[in-house]
Design a protein around this ligand. Structure first.
Ligand code: SF4
Length: 435
């Protein structure tokens, strides 16, 4: 069994490395996409997009069609009369919300989600949310956030959603640890078990978002919060404005990241590192065994990340340090140096980092580099595959449980599988010639 990996690495890694900064054409989904995983997480919430048929189409195709369950998202379509200012969109919105809440007593939080069209006609959804909350509280709280995206990326929808919850969190009187970021329930349960064994008795442990509206955690000056996702800068700022203090840590991706994350949480509550060592020993060992079976597939493989999910840096760190992959380029839509400090320090020195997107320039670099695997959005994957490059859809990394010890091998497998498929196809094509 390896000892717990020290939180502070010996080298500065990429802490001060130069970054290619690009501003050009984007190839990413917008923040509405977050509804796909958020509606599964907050089980009594409803997401009402106020947008166009394009927005409705995006959500429907991203989430699939639900036949047996009552869906917990929908689009209130702004039609031409609304867009031309000929109808009062507020009146129509009030009617839609009243009808929805009458029919669906299970809804406890209603998010009005802004879109490009609602922003173009300057429909003030924060006032609408206030007005509707006044009408429907205490049964239903109505909140709003924006999922629109021309200059954004799809994970910002979750950030905006969680930030909208912060002002309605009650004030916490005592010390507590708050884990911030939507995690699949199974992952949340695993991390809660480990944190429960680590934290001093009597410390409250909360998760934002909570699974149910009535379990929304409190926040206050005694709150220490730990980000589980790297794309939550606005939520972090909103929590800090309520007096909470962020615990600096790498993200709980891979064995090393998860251990560093738990160590940071423990240290924030005065718990010694040897307790973390003892509590995590068996989970680390299981993960190490599972990862050892995948190392052969990923060792030395050259990986190129297009900027997409904002998970690129922690995943690149995991693939490089725990599986021996070679990082050709690590692109990220935004580089939040403060939130990423621990991750950047762990990235191998000399890694080519890029922030922002100019898709044509990135495609040129990618084609010149000919990586073994390219992580990119859906729109780029097919053309790159047609050019003989193996790809991995970035959005899959957000929809799949990848955090924590038990999921480390699943995350590695997401990269190993396309490489195996490519090797098989290459072998089949080569066979007749060899025969
Ligand atoms: S919010 Fe904007 S980018 Fe997103 S689907 Fe609607 S129109 Fe398109």
């Amino acid at each position: 069994m390896n000892a717990v990996i020290p939180l502070h690495p010996q080298t500065a890694g990429c802490s001060t490395a130069p970054v290619i900064r690009e501003r050009g054409q984007h190839e990413v989904f917008c923040g509405l996409t977050g509804i796909v995983w958020l509606h599964r997480k907050i089980q009594d919430a409803f997401f009402l997009v106020v947008g166009s048929r394009t927005c409705a189409h995006l959500i429907q195709s991203a989430a699939g069609v639900m036949i047996f369950a009552e869906p917990r998202f929908a689009t209130a379509i702004l039609d031409e009369r609304d867009l031309a200012g000929l109808a009062d969109a507020n009146d129509e919105l009030d009617r839609v919300v009243a009808r929805l809440l009458e029919r669906r007593p299970d809804i406890k939080t209603l998010f009005l989600v802004g879109s490009c069209p609602s922003e173009v006609i300057k429909l003030d959804l924060s006032r609408a949310a206030e007005r509707l909350s006044g009408q429907f509280l205490p049964r239903v709280r109505v909140l709003n956030y924006s999922g629109s995206g021309i200059e954004t990326t799809f994970t910002q929808g979750e950030d905006a959603c969680l930030a909208s919850l912060v002002p309605v969190m009650k004030t916490a009187p005592d010390a507590q640890l708050l884990v911030v970021g939507a995690l699949p329930d199974v992952v949340e349960d695993q991390l809660a078990r480990l944190l429960g064994q680590l934290l001093p008795a009597g410390t409250t442990l909360g998760f934002l978002p909570a699974r149910r509206s009535d379990a929304l955690p409190a926040v206050g000056p005694g709150t220490r919060f730990l980000l589980a996702q790297p794309f939550l800068g606005d939520t972090a700022r909103a929590l800090e404005a309520r007096g909470a203090v962020r615990v600096a840590a790498p993200f709980p991706i891979g064995v090393e990241g998860t251990t560093g994350w738990l160590q940071a949480a423990a240290a924030a509550f005065g718990v010694e590192a040897d307790v973390v060592d003892r509590v995590t020993a068996s989970a680390r060992e299981r993960a190490a065994v599972a990862l050892s079976k995948l190392r052969g597939a990923l060792q030395g493989q050259r990986i190129f990340f297009f900027p997409d999910s904002q998970l690129e840096i922690p995943i690149a760190r995991f693939l490089s340090r725990e599986l021996g992959a070679e990082l050709v380029e690590v692109g990220t839509p935004f580089l939040h140096r403060e939130l990423m400090a621990e991750e950047l320090a762990l990235l191998p020195a000399g890694t080519r980092l890029a922030e922002g997107q100019d898709v044509d320039l990135q495609l040129e670099r990618c084609r010149a580099d000919r990586p073994d695997i390219t992580v990119c959005g859906l729109g780029l994957a097919n053309p790159l595959e047609a050019e003989g490059l193996t790809t991995k859809w970035a959005i899959e990394l957000v929809f799949t449980p990848i955090h924590g010890y038990e999921q480390a091998a699943d995350l590695a497998e997401l990269f190993a599988r396309p490489l195996r498929r490519k090797a098989l196809l290459t072998a089949r094509v080569a066979q007749p010639a060899a025969a």
